[in-house]
Design a protein around this ligand. Structure first.
Ligand code: SF4
Ligand code: SF4
Length: 490
């Protein structure tokens, strides 16, 4: 295979120029410019295939694309715009020299974000940055760096989610002053109730799955992971102060083992949203899934692949395949990571030796076994583009949320429109990203929901930032798996 991708003329030829994709495209909806629509970009890519240079104009229109892929399901001819934009970006990376400032910013982004250890080093400085309120000063000196820093969450849980027992004040609803029912009393509940201590489970069912036999000493061999560790099934875990702790390398299923999976911990997810990973392990174990979390796992390559940095993405992907060589199924809980993992056949030139599933997809497939306790919550679910458009997963997360007694699910108006996060798009293209974020915040507020739920850390940060710009209280935010975890733990 060639080192980097190039757009396939046959895919370009599938476009019949009907324009049905235009209303779905966020940049076309912002500017109404043909060359900032899917059809226009396909036309530009066609010109490059036919010998036009990869110049500033072409690069500008391609860079303005969010890669949200809303145009793919909207296209009646089945044009694989996802293949075209990825390949075109790879060609731009190879053939176009961007202005110095742009190159420096991109180098900084790719030197930090796909490297969990470097992200970890940023946790302390970012905490100080926020505590010392340096944002205004930084915005004046280096606006895009300020945005980069602002997008990084505080070194703690999802802001104000109110879902786990984190000692948050009882939060307000989104867009209204309604309060979030029953979550409040649990906040300072002290020791977290053991959701896995189901007394009906016979002891013999706790034996690991045959193919999953892992030495007991692995239970003490822990993956470096900040904040809360997942609770061992069958054991109560006292509430701990924040700090670095660990996720076990192996967590056995509660009861009968129905599946055995490896879990990708991600980069931003691992360092800034550790509660999501911990909740994922708890929920999977409660649902009868043995979870293996390899110690030596790095970036999946999503950011690099979706930015056309093919060689870099391939290196990351090869390392992930090595890290997960002992499992048949790999679970992702971040939409962008899951999407890239599902593209490994293309990234590596051969299918990986494991199946990839999103955590909601897996849980929906398996069906529930753990009891769901009531959560009287009003929830707005936001489709992350790389879950809904790239992976086609829309039903599973909604179905999981609807399994929770007392929970009311709201659809967000114009739900298919990207929030403007799109990997690092909001750092590289802050103005359109902010416009899209503002639109999304308005749409979410219109639902009157108590809690915004989605499945991608970038979306959560982007939406929180949009609400901050509105000057109101940032919404309570949570990953789908955190809501499920709360319902199962009771
Ligand atoms: S991409 Fe699809 S929907 Fe858009 S113009 Fe081409 S054929 Fe029509
Ligand atoms: S990926 Fe999104 S922003 Fe890009 S052309 Fe398609 S709909 Fe428009």
């Amino acid at each position: 295979m060639s080192e980097t991708r190039r757009p396939d003329p046959k895919v370009v030829g599938d476009c019949v120029h009907c324009g049905f994709c235009l209303p779905a495209c966020p940049t076309y909806s912002l500017w109404g410019e043909e060359m900032d629509s899917p059809r226009g970009r396909i036309h530009l890519i066609d010109q490059v295939i036919n010998g036009a240079p990869v110049d500033d104009v072409l690069t500008g229109h391609l860079d303005a694309c969010l890669g949200c892929l809303a145009c793919v399901p909207a296209c009646p001819s089945g044009v694989r715009y996802d293949l075209l934009i990825g390949a075109a970006r790879a060609q731009v990376e190879e053939e176009h020299r961007r202005p110095l400032r742009e190159r420096l910013l991109r180098s900084l982004i790719f030197a930090i974000f796909p490297h969990p250890a470097r992200l970890r080093l940023m946790r302390g400085p970012l905490y100080l940055y926020r505590r010392l309120a340096l944002d205004r000063l930084m915005r004046r000196i280096a606006p895009r760096l300020a945005l980069l820093a602002r997008l990084a969450p505080e070194p703690r849980s999802l802001p104000d989610s109110g879902i786990p027992s984190r000692g948050n004040a009882q939060p307000e609803s989104l867009g209204t002053a309604r309060q979030a029912g029953s979550l409040g009393p649990h906040h300072d509940a002290g020791p977290r109730r053991a959701q896995h201590d189901a007394p009906h489970i016979p002891a013999h069912d706790d034996a690991p799955h045959d193919s999953a036999h892992v030495s007991a000493q692995h239970d003490t061999d822990r993956v470096s992971e900040p904040a809360d560790a997942p609770q061992r099934p069958g054991t109560a875990r006292p509430h701990r102060p924040r700090g670095r702790t660990a996720i076990p390398e192996r967590t056995p299923a509660t009861g009968t083992t129905r599946a055995r999976v490896g879990m990708l911990t991600g980069c931003v997810q691992r360092e800034f949203f550790p509660e999501v990973n911990a909740a994922t392990v708890r929920v999977l174990a409660a649902e009868g899934v043995e979870v293996i979390v390899p110690k030596r796992q790095g970036c999946c390559g999503a950011l690099s692949w979706h930015s056309g940095r093919d060689r870099e993405a391939r290196g990351f992907a090869q390392d992930v395949v090595t890290a997960f060589r002992d499992v048949d199924v790999v679970v992702a809980n971040a939409a962008g990571c899951g999407s890239a993992l599902k593209e490994y056949a293309e990234i590596l030139g051969e299918a990986p030796p494991f199946r990839v599933v999103d955590v909601a997809e897996l849980l929906h497939e398996l069906g529930p076994v753990a009891e769901r306790h009531p959560l009287p919550l009003s929830v707005a679910y936001h489709d992350a583009c790389h879950l809904a458009n790239a992976q086609g997963i829309r039903t599973a997360p909604r179905a999981l949320l609807r399994q929770i007694p007392g929970l009311t699910l709201h659809e967000i108006p114009d739900a298919g429109m990207c929030c403007g996060s799109a990997g690092v798009y909001n750092v590289l293209n802050p103005a359109p990203a902010a416009d899209l974020g503002d639109r999304k915040a308005d749409a979410i507020a219109a639902t009157g929901a108590d809690l915004l739920v989605t499945a991608n850390p970038g979306c959560l940060l982007q939406i929180a930032d949009a609400f901050r710009r509105r000057g109101g209280t940032p919404p309570r935010l949570a990953h789908t798996i955190e809501v499920l975890d709360r319902a199962i733990s009771g």
